[in-house]
Write a protein that binds this ligand. Structure first.
Ligand code: HEC
Ligand SMILES: [Cu+2]
Length: 349
């Protein structure tokens, strides 16, 4: 029995150390993108401010935890029962005005300090001036994918957001307007900014000024339906050259390659075109993602799998293989049609 509880305590101690080590690791690699998003490795001004605020809150609440836990441990030990026949009790105190005042006033002051610092930070981030060089992007959340429209560039991107690298001397931040086509979603890329909801019929705003190039991962952070878990986010922070090249490519109409004309015909004569747009073809559906530059993306179906030809074919055959409950029906195409459509889509760089 005793042995068991000792083992349990050791186990618990180990997991606490693991957690602690994890937090430290998060803080240690504080620069650039990470495979596992961490609020402890901010790479953009809003995320950095939130990180410092959270350290401040953690310090205060940590101090409260240590004080209360310490006092509790002290009392439990100091006033423990000594021996079977020990019936003494510690001094009983009733109604102490000083003590009651202290434990009312001090917590109130602490809460006021936490409230004011948090409110100040929220307003500072929300009211940040928007520089001329800022890029505008409208984000629309869908069950279960992301639409990224660049109104000034005429681009309709999907699932993988490209933004330019910023720097402190001449910032080129990206200002996002957040909207939803259906239910509530939430845009959360922990290294870049705080979590912000996307609501139907209401515009929320968010801005990021990423300071290190690379790919940052995130996730829809509001339960929005069966495949909420596979509504992943990828933000590519591009150097100016990379960004210009990406923009140039996205502005082109779809590649029209005659060698895959059969596949294109299958696509245009199936229901695909009712839900998908391919710029320069008869397909102008808006319910599903724009496929004009499908192959310029690293992943398919909002990060659910890598964008390879095999995955693409399997996705079209049976979307549920990768994303059960995705709002794209399995179209019951035969093998030949699948091959033709896949060959066509694979040309859409
Ligand atoms: C009823 C509407 C609908 C029809 C019909 C439809 N799709 Fe889709 N499609 C969607 C939706 C919605 C998604 C997004 C699924 C997700 O990520 O959750 C999608 C995703 C995709 C994707 C992945 C896009 C990306 O960028 O990740 C491809 C490729 C695709 N569809 C191809 C097709 C093809 C080919 C057909 C016809 C055989 C087709 N779709 C028919 C709604 C539809
Ligand atoms: Cu969502």
């Amino acid at each position: 029995m005793l042995e068991k509880s000792v083992q349990y305590v050791l186990f618990r101690a180990k997991s606490w150390w693991l957690l602690f080590a994890f937090l430290i690791c998060g803080a240690a690699f504080a620069e650039g993108p990470q495979a596992t998003p961490s609020i402890f490795a901010p790479s953009s001004t809003p995320a950095d401010e939130i990180y410092h605020l959270s350290l401040f809150v953690l310090t205060i609440t940590g101090a409260i935890f240590v004080t209360v836990g310490g006092l509790l441990a002290f009392v439990v030990f100091r006033f423990r029962q000594r021996g079977e026949d020990d019936t003494t009790e510690p001094a009983q105190i009733y109604g102490s005005t000083q003590v009651e005042l202290a434990w009312t006033v001090i917590p109130v002051l602490i809460v006021v300090v936490l409230f004011l610092t948090t409110a100040r930070m929220i307003f500072a981030i929300q009211d940040a001036p928007k520089p001329k060089a800022a890029l505008d992007v409208t984000v629309v959340g869908h069950q279960f994918w992301w639409e990224f429209n660049y109104p000034n560039l005429g681009i309709h991107a999907v699932n993988e957001l490209h933004v330019p690298l910023s720097n402190q001397q001449s910032p080129t931040p990206t200002f996002l307007k957040l909207l939803s086509a259906d239910v509530i979603h939430s845009f959360w890329v922990p290294q870049l900014a705080g979590k912000t909801d996307l609501l139907p019929n209401n515009v929320n705003e968010l801005w990021v000024d990423p300071l290190h190039p690379g790919m940052y991962v995130g996730q829809c952070a509001q339960f929005c339906g069966v495949q909420h878990a596979k509504m992943l986010l990828r933000v590519y922070v591009d150097t100016p050259d990379q960004f210009a090249a990406w923009v140039k490519n996205q502005q082109q109409p779809a590649v029209a390659d005659d060698s895959v004309a059969v596949g294109r015909h299958v696509f245009e004569t199936q229901a695909c075109m009712n839900c998908h747009t391919i710029k320069g073809t008869a397909a102008t559906g808006r319910f599903g993602p724009d496929l004009t530059h499908l192959m310029s993306r690293d992943t398919l179906a909002s990060g659910a799998m890598a964008n390879t030809k095999e995955n693409l074919r399997e996705w079209i055959r049976h979307p549920d293989t990768f994303k059960e409950g995705a709002l794209m029906p399995a179209m019951q195409l035969n093998d030949q049609q699948l091959d033709q459509i896949t060959a066509y889509l694979a040309t859409l760089r």
